[in-house]
Design a protein around this ligand. Sequence first.
Ligand code: GLN
Length: 498
Amino acid sequence: MAIATARGICRYGCRGILRLNHKVLSPSTQRHESNAFSHGFHTKEHREYGGLVQSKTDACNTIFKMFLNHTHEMSIPALQAALSQYGILWKTDPRLASFRNEIEILKKERRHSDFHPDYCNQDELQRLLGNPRCFAIISKALSRQCIIPDFARFSEKIKTIFDYIKPDQSGKLANYIPQLAKEDPRRFGMALCTVDGQRIEIGDANVPFCMQSCIKPFQYAVAISNHTSQRVHDRVGKEPSGHMFNEIKLNDKEQPHNPMINAGALVICSLLNPESPLADRFVHVQNIVSVMAANEYTSFHNAVFQSEKVTAFRNFALAYLLMEKNCFPPGTSVEHTVDFYLQLCALKMTCLSASVASSTLANGGVCPLLPDKRVLSSEAVRNTLSLMHSCGMYDYSGVFAFDVGLPAKSGVAGGLMLVVPNVMGVMIWSPLLDERGNSVRGLRFCQELVRAFNFHVYDNLRYSESKIDPRLSATPLTYDEEELRAASIPYWASEIVD
Ligand code: GLN
C-alpha cells in the first residue's frame, strides 16, 4: 500500500522503524531507541498501522529534521511559526497546554546551561511532544493532513473576501430593541474554526456582541440532548414558516412552525429544566454553550436584556397565544418563559468564541479544541443543522439554502453563524441588517465564500469547473511530510471520542 511504500525505505537507506538520522541523534535518544528495539515495542511508543509498527520516535525525528538548523538543533520558534501557518493557535489552543508548559520548563533549564533557550535536541523534542494530544495535532498539521491542508492559502482567500465586502455600509441597525440601535454600525468581524481546530480571525472578531437569535440552534440542541427528538417535536414543527421570525402565527396543528423562530424558541425554553430556578436554567445552557466554545468568551448583556424586556410586547403576545393553544407543558409560567427566552437572546459571545461553538456543530457534537468529551449527541447536531438549513435565515431561508446551500442562523444584533458540516464553523458579525433582518455583510460573506469554494451542499467534490476545494492540497506532500504522515497516522486515532 502507498503508505508502506512511502515510509519503507528512508533517505538514509534504512528500512523499518529503526531508521534514524544519526548525525543529529543525541546519545540518550540512541539509548532509548535501542532499548525499545531489544525489549520489543512498548505499547505506548509504537502503534500498528497498515501492517507496520510505527514509532512515535520516528515521527518526532522527522519533525526534528524539518526544523533543523545549522547548530544541529531544532528551532522551536520555527516550529511555532509553522503551526501558525497551519492555523493552529499554539499560544492558546487548549490541546497544546502541555507543549507550552514543556517549552517553558526547557527554556529555564537551557538558560542555566550554555544552550540556546529557543532550540532543542531530539530528546527534548520528544519531551515537548510527549502528550499524545499535542503530538497528534502537531504531526497532523505539519504533515498537511488537517481538513484544510494548505491553510495559509485558504486564509489569504478568506481575507480577500472580507476586504472586498468591508466597504459595504448598506442596511440599518435593529431598533425595535432600543439598546441594539446604539451599536457602532461600522463593526465587522469574522472568525472560523475547522474541525481540526485551525483558526482565522479578522476585524472585530474579538468584540463581544449579543447572540440574539443565533442562540436558538444551541438552545434547541440542548433540548434535544436533554429530551428525545420525539418529545421536543411533539410540541414544535420542522417546517419553515415563510413569515417574519416574530410573526404571530402557528401551523395547522396550532403549534410553532419550527424552533428557529420566536414562537418555537419560546416552547423550547419551556422544556429546558422547567423544575429548576431561572438562574440555574440560564447557567445550564450557558455552561453547555461555553464547553462548545472550548470555554472561550461567553457573558450576559444586561443592557440589551433590560432594554428588550421592557419592550417585549410581541414575545409576550406570542407566549400567551402559545399558552392558550396548550403548546407549553402543564405548569409553565408565561412570565418565566419569556424572561428565560430573553436572557438566552442576551447571551454575549465574540466571533472567536462563537466560531468554536459553531465548529462543534460542524464536528458532530465534539468541540475540536476539547476533543476528549462529547458535548452534544449526534442526533441533536443532525437535527439542529437540518433546521438551520431550512429555517435559519428567517423568510430568506429558501433563497439562502439555494444560493449558499449551508446551515446558518442569523440574529438581529447582526450575527450570522454558518456551519460547513465536517469542515468548519464560522461566525460573522456586522450589525447593519437588510429588510428581512439578516446582516448585509454577513450574507454577502456567505455568498462569496461559496462562490470561491465548493462548500455548497450540492457542489460536486470531484467535478467542479471553477471552485476551489480547500480540503485538497494543491501540491504533493514533500518527502518529510509523507514520512511524518505515515509515522503518525496511528496516533491521530487518539483524537476520536465515543
Ligand atoms: N430577542 C429577539 C426577539 O425576540 C431575537 C430575534 C432575532 O434575533 N431574530 O425579537
